[in-house]
Design a protein around this ligand. Structure first.
Ligand code: EPZ
Length: 434
């Protein structure tokens, strides 16, 4: 197989085997990132257990250090000492690498009353504007100056008020919470995101002494406090990583045991999985999943804000449906360009037609391994699922996208019985992403 020019490392998966094994689910990327932003709200120490050692967290750690914080790892525990924070500027090289840096706006404004941040990059899944963030922060008293490449924000004092979000944006909800916890008076966020990551962020902030109610509902109330204090928090398991492995069971069949699965946060996906013929059994701290030899199609499903079907699970579901019996219709309603893996799946023999924001997938058992390319995080993970369910060997380039959110997908898929190798130049065989 010709190797994509310029790409040196790749994953190699030999498909066609049912799952068999058990895996422990890592901490949640999308909880850890806003929590790390919250850690700078207090000039002291935060200790985060079950923190995923993924590239996006490493990127966030670099930003916190650039702001003057000190951090360190002890196994899966990450500590942050923000007492030495001495800057409010986030450089372009970091901000453009990771969107979640935008939530540092709220925490820098809360801590220092000012922030200077490069515009976070869009990415292949969509343009990803920040208008809801800015509009909400303006209502809390923030003024902005947009430079060529940087956004400057400042406020004399954040004043609590009622803010209504036109769309339940996860990031905008997080930014407003981060700005409101030290504001004067009460803030209500109406039309707030209800994702579990909002509950996680508010759980950590409450541990720091913040006064928040309604997290996980469309209306969140924050009563500003004078100061916060040191906190220790255990981050919930990653619902999208767990969901990815459930979709692998649907695609490949066999049985898998998920330890530390965040069942409360993923049970909304169970009806879809059961519709596909997947069986799920819960035991204390353990989720057992059994996939059929060939899963059934899902006639119609669309992504939606929580508690709807997560947009981050759309690509993994698509990969599983490629081999289903029957025709499925999968509509993406959150991001405008989240069908990037369709052409890669077609190269493997998948039969997918795209009509506007709906993918029509006609399942086939004729999926065959070939060389494919990941272009973003969840699409990359989905290609691993498709490769594991296809006949033959698949080579996946662009695997650095996958390492942004999966602590060690090679280790995890190997534990689930999938034949997978990570090839790095000069390190043949089962390399492990650094
Ligand atoms: C978070 O992104 C997650 N990222 C995403 O996960 C996830 O897909 C998304 O929420 C939706 O659940 C993190 O938590 C780090 P949004 P976020 O603001 O906050 C539009 C992954 O794979 N919008 O809820 O950026 C936006 O364009 C990543 O882990 C505006 O129009 O998502 C999009 O269409 C991918 N204006 C929709 O809202 C704004 O000001 C949802 O975006 C903000 C958002």
């Amino acid at each position: 197989m010709a190797q994509e020019e310029g790409r040196l490392d790749y994953l190699e998966i030999e498909g066609g085997r049912p799952l068999s094994g058990q895996v422990c689910i890592q901490g949640s990327k999308n909880a850890a990132l806003p929590i790390l932003s919250a850690a700078i709200l207090h000039g002291g120490r935060s200790v985060l257990h079950h923190c995923p050692r993924i590239r996006d967290v490493e990127e966030m750690v670099k930003i916190l250090k650039e702001l003057g914080c000190r951090t360190g790892w002890e196994g899966e525990t990450l500590w942050v000492d923000a007492s030495s924070l001495d800057s409010f500027v986030i450089s372009k090289k970091h901000a453009e690498k990771m969107r979640c840096s935008i939530t540092l706006l709220g925490s820098l404004l809360g801590r220092l009353g000012q922030a200077c941040i490069s515009y976070p990059g869009g990415c292949v899944i969509g343009e990803r504007p920040i208008d809801l963030h800015l509009e909400g922060l303006r209502q809390l008293g923030v003024s902005f100056r947009s430079g060529e490449e940087q956004l400057e924000a400042r406020c004399k004092k954040l004043i609590g008020t009622r803010v209504t979000l036109g769309f339940p944006s996860v990031g905008a909800t997080e930014n407003l919470i981060l700005a409101a916890v030290l504001a004067r008076g009460n803030t209500w966020i109406l039309g707030a995101a209800q994702e579990p990551e909002i509950l996680e962020l508010c759980g950590f902030l409450t541990a720091m002494g913040a006064k928040i109610s309604g997290a996980g509902s469309p209306t969140i109330r924050i009563t500003g406090v004078e100061k916060l204090h040191d906190a220790e928090y255990t981050i919930a398991s990653d619902r999208i990583v767990a969901g990815t492995y459930l979709m692998a069971a649907a695609a490949c069949g066999g049985e898998a045991v998920l330890l530390k699965a965040p069942v409360k946060h993923i049970q909304g996906m169970f009806p879809v999985l059961r519709q596909m013929g997947v069986e799920l059994f819960r035991e204390p701290g353990v989720l057992v999943v059994r996939g059929p030899e060939r899963c059934r199609s899902v006639p119609q499903i669309h992504t939606a804000p929580y508690p709807g079907f997560p947009t981050d699970m759309q690509s993994p579901l698509m990969a599983a449906l490629c081999r289903a019996q029957g025709v499925s219709r999968l509509t993406e309603t959150i991001f405008e360009a989240r069908f990037k893996i369709v052409e890669e799946l077609r190269a493997m023999g998948a039969q997918i037609q795209v009509e506007e924001h709906t993918a029509v997938i006609t399942g086939t058992t004729e999926l065959a391994g070939c060389c494919v390319k990941a272009r973003e995080l969840r699409g990359g993970a989905a290609l691993c699922i498709a490769a594991a369910s296809a006949q033959g060997v698949t080579r996946i380039c662009g695997c650095e996208y996958i390492f942004r959110g999966y602590e060690n997908i090679i280790r995890d898929l190997k534990k689930l019985g999938i034949v997978i190798k990570y090839h790095q130049p000069g390190i043949e065989g089962l390399g492990v992403p650094s």
